[in-house]
Design a protein around this ligand. Structure first.
Ligand SMILES: NC(=O)C1=CN([C@@H]2O[C@H](COP(=O)(O)OP(=O)(O)OC[C@H]3O[C@@H](n4cnc5c(N)ncnc54)[C@H](O)[C@@H]3O)[C@@H](O)[C@H]2O)C=CC1
Ligand SMILES: O=CCc1c[nH]c2ccccc12
Length: 294
C-alpha cells in the first residue's frame, strides 16, 4: 500500500498514517508551557518516518508541535500538518492565523471544521465554509475539510454548492463504530471525500474485552503481526488515512509497518472483524452529539 494518498482535491499527498496530538497529549489549553514529552515523542515519530501531524485549536498542543518542528531537520514541505477549528468558529480566519502563529509555520496542509456541532447561532455552516474557502484561496491552507460530519451534515454542506468541496472527513473509526458509520463512509466515497480515521485502535484501547479482541488476537497469530497492526490494516481497508499516537518508538514503528505490501488481510478476515464489531456499538468521542440517546 502506498505510504501517501493523492486526491484531486488535495494539492499535496497525504501520508496514510498520521501522528495524533489530541487524546493522549490533550491539555485543552493553548497558554500552557511546552510539553517536553510531546516534543520528544514527535521527534521519535519523525525519526521513524512519520510525516503527518494532527493538531487542533482545542488540543492545546500547538506550541509543543511548533517547538518539535523547529528543532528537527525535516523541511516544512516534507511534512503534512493538519489543524482544526471549533472554539473560534465565528472567526475562522483569525483562528487559522492564531493556529499558524502557535505552530510557528506559515501554512497548513489541511484545515478542518472540527465538528458540525458548533454553535449555529454564532455562524451558519454556509458562512463558516465560505471562510474556509477564503483561507484556501489565499494560500494559508492547502486543503480544507471537515471532521465528525455525518451524512446529513455533508448533504447540508454539498447542497450549498460550495466552490471547494471538502477533501477529507476525519471520523472515529474502529470496529465498534463501523456499523454506525457505513452510511457516512459510503457517502464520502461516492463524493470523493477521503475518510481519515481517528481512534483506529478504539476497540483495543477504549473497549478492551469486547467481542473484537478474540478475532483480532487470532488474526495477529495467523499473520504474526501485532493486534494494533491488524486493526490498522482493517482500518485502511475501510478508510483512506488513519491517525494514531504513542510515545513508544517500538509501537510507532509497528504502526507504520502496516503499510508493508507483504501484509494483507483477506475478505474473510475483514468480515470476521466486521461481524465481531457489529455485536457492540461503542463510540469514544462526540458520543452525545452524534449518538444522542440512541
Ligand atoms: N477529530 C476528532 O474529533 C478527533 C481526532 N482525534 C485525533 O486522532 C488521534 C488519535 O486518536 P486516539 O484515540 O489516541 O487513537 P488510537 O486509537 O490509535 O489510540 C492511541 C492510544 O493507544 C495507545 N496504545 C497504542 N498501542 C497500544 C497497545 N498495544 N496497548 C495499549 N495501548 C496502546 C497509545 O498510547 C495511545 O494512547 C488523536 O491524537 C487526535 O489527533 C482523536 C479524537 C477525536
Ligand atoms: O479531537 C478530539 C479530541 C478530544 C479530546 N477530548 C475530547 C472530548 C470531547 C470531544 C473530543 C475530544
Amino acid at each position: 500500500m502506498s505510504h501517501t494518498l493523492t486526491l484531486s482535491s488535495l494539492k499535496t499527498a497525504i501520508p496514510r498514517i498520521g501522528y495524533g496530538t489530541g487524546t493522549k497529549w490533550y491539555s485543552g489549553d493553548n497558554s500552557k508551557p511546552i510539553d517536553k514529552n510531546l516534543v520528544q515523542a514527535i521527534h521519535v515519530a519523525l525519526s521513524v518516518g512519520y510525516r503527518h501531524l494532527d493538531a487542533a485549536e482545542m488540543y492545546g498542543t500547538d506550541t509543543s508541535i511548533g517547538e518539535a518542528i523547529r528543532t528537527q531537520s525535516i523541511p516544512r514541505n516534507k511534512l503534512f500538518i493538519t489543524s482544526k477549528v471549533y472554539r473560534n468558529i465565528e472567526n475562522i480566519e483569525q483562528a487559522c492565523l492564531d493556529s499558524l502563529s502557535r505552530l510557528d509555520i506559515d501554512y497548513l496542509d489541511l484545515w478542518l471544521i472540527h465538528s458540525p456541532y458548533f454553535d449555529r447561532n454564532k455562524i451558519s455552516l454556509e458562512q463558516a465554509w465560505k471562510q474556509m474557502e477564503k483561507l484556501f484561496e489565499n494560500g494559508k491552507v492547502k486543503a480544507i475539510g471537515v471532521s465528525n460530519f455525518q451524512k446529513n451534515h455533508l448533504e447540508e454542506l454539498l447542497a450549498l454548492k460550495p466552490k471547494i468541496k471538502p477533501a477529507v472527513n476525519q471520523i472515529e473509526l474502529h470496529p465498534y463504530v463501523y456499523e454506525a458509520s457505513r452510511e457516512v463512509i459510503e457517502y464520502c466515497k461516492s463524493n470523493e471525500i477521503a475518510i481519515e480515521s481517528y481512534s483506529p485502535l478504539g476497540s483495543l484501547i477504549y473497549k478492551p474485552g469486547g467481542p473484537v479482541d478474540e478475532v483480532v488476537e487470532k488474526l495477529a497469530k495467523k499473520y504474526n503481526r501485532s493486534p494494533a497492526q491488524i486493526l490498522l490494516k482493517w482500518n485502511l481497508k475501510k478508510g483512506d488515512i488513519a491517525v494514531t499516537t504513542s510515545s513508544k518508538q517500538e509501537r510507532l514503528e509497528d504502526f507504520l509497518n502496516v503499510l508493508d505490501e507483504n501484509f494483507q488481510l483477506n475478505n474473510e478476515d475483514i468480515k470476521a472483524i466486521d461481524d465481531a464489531g457489529a455485536k457492540l456499538h461503542f463510540r469514544q468521542y462526540w458520543t452525545k452529539e452524534i449518538d444522542g440517546n440512541k
